[in-house]
Write a protein that binds this ligand. Structure first.
Ligand SMILES: Cc1ncc(COP(=O)(O)O)c(C=O)c1O
Length: 398
């Protein structure tokens, strides 16, 4: 069957592929620790699950408004006001299936052929593919490991052209864990107003932030900056709700209207049950978020110490999300026990899977060819075992 070039040109998600490979190996009885995971290893809080069950029992199981039920959009507005210091009305909120859908809807509503989307790299795997699907051109602007992958506003300014439509940022960042400083976001915001582009701000890891770092939402700077910003967020990471598939966008009324028009034809609205559960997640007790955050911080500290103690590995500090991205180019040129020379991040990830029985994401998938991404959404016991196995495997390199 002939497949459209649009689809032929998509690179399937590398991180989803790793999870598939780990599942296949586990089925064969091989015990692999999966450091490639992109979701919390915690259960969805019980009170949230109960709200989902109640929605079923109360037969709240029909189509909802395309943009999401009003109560949920009102709750999101309250959250954005209280947590992020930014005012929106329910007409400025579009709730979708995961954060992925509103993100893709926003890109489709903003961009077309001839437009450029600036993307700081390393970046999450899906951004480039989504941008390409809109027929806009992704313009990759690297951040530096030596600067902790901080937002490089000077480099972004140099990359701006009259065709720049969007600058897509993600803080806290997947895959680097970097949390962008308020000062860098203020500089980017000033550019957005001056040069008239949109900041698409993916804040999905907002609640997972450590060591006293603070999340700052660029839209909170001023009304003018807010007009140039679209916030993307959701419940997946903060409330361990990846399977419920619920996220949202907040932005300009006309843009949200356009995104809703698109969604009305694509999926209509997110699952009604997930919407009621998410309402409880956002409005109910928040203690489970803090419990999870503290545990992630403990694991991050452990992993950071272990990685930096390994020869050929250098891991920058990272204050957010649940990933560390060590540079492993110090291993390139080394020989495995069966005589293979490690030449790139795929080789290193392949060797770690083979020899250490740990699955990590090769950095190339995130435009970081000298790195690997390690997720600490794993129990402390698995982290200890995985790091021991990694250290032993690296010790065998010649
Ligand atoms: C940076 C980033 N944005 C968005 C998403 C998508 O989130 P959701 O599962 O809610 O669609 C992810 C998921 O991995 C992510 O890492």
């Amino acid at each position: 069957m002939k497949i459209s070039s649009r689809i032929r040109n998509i690179t399937p998600s590398a991180t989803v592929a790793i999870t598939g490979r780990v599942a296949a190996l586990k089925k064969e009885g091989v015990n692999v620790i999966n450091f490639g995971v992109g979701e919390p290893d915690f259960a969805t809080p019980d009170h949230v699950g109960e709200a989902g069950k109640a929605a079923i029992d109360q037969h709240k199981t029909h189509y909802t408004a395309v943009a999401g039920i009003l109560e949920l959009r009102q709750a999101i507005c309250k959250k954005l006001r209280e947590d992020n210091g930014v005012e929106y009305t329910p007409e400025q909120i579009s709730v979708g299936t995961g954060a992925k859908q509103p993100l893709f809807n926003a890109l489709l509503a903003l961009c077309e052929k001839g437009d450029e989307v600036i993307l700081p790299t390393p970046c999450w795997v899906s951004y480039i593919e989504m941008i390409k699907l809109t027929e806009a051109t992704p313009v990759l602007v690297p951040t530096k490991e030596s600067e902790g992958f901080a937002l490089d506003v000077d480099a972004i300014e140099r990359a701006l052209t009259p065709n720049t439509r969007v600058v897509l940022i993600n803080t806290p960042n997947n895959p680097t864990g970097a949390v962008y400083s308020q000062e860098s976001l203020r500089r980017l915001a000033a550019l957005a107003v001056e040069r008239d582009f949109v900041i698409l701000s993916d804040e999905i890891y907002e609640k997972l932030i450590y060591g006293g770092a603070k999340h700052f939402s660029v839209a909170s700077i001023s009304e003018e900056v807010k007009k140039h910003t679209v916030i993307i967020n959701g419940v997946s990471k903060a409330y361990a709700m990846t399977g419920w598939r619920l996220g949202y966008a907040a932005g300009d009324t006309q843009l949200i209207k356009g995104m809703n028009a698109l969604q009305s034809h694509a999926t209509h609205a997110p699952c009604s049950i997930a919407q009621y559960a998410s309402l409880e997640a956002i409005c109910g007790p928040q203690d489970s978020v803090e419990t999870m955050r503290q545990e992630f911080e403990r694991r991050r500290d452990y992993l950071f110490g272990r990685l930096n103690a390994m020869s050929g590995v250098r891991c920058p500090h990272a204050d957010g999300a649940f990933y560390l991205m060590p540079t492993i180019s110090g291993l390139f040129g080394k020989k495995t026990p069966d005589g293979k020379v490690l030449q790139n991040s795929d080789d290193v990830a392949g060797y770690l899977l083979e020899e250490a029985r740990i699955a990590v994401a090769p950095g190339a998938a995130f435009e970081a060819p000298e790195s690997i991404r390690i997720s600490y959404a794993n129990s402390m016991e698995e982290l200890i075992r995985g790091m021991d196995q990694m250290e032993a495997a690296l010790g065998k390199l010649g």
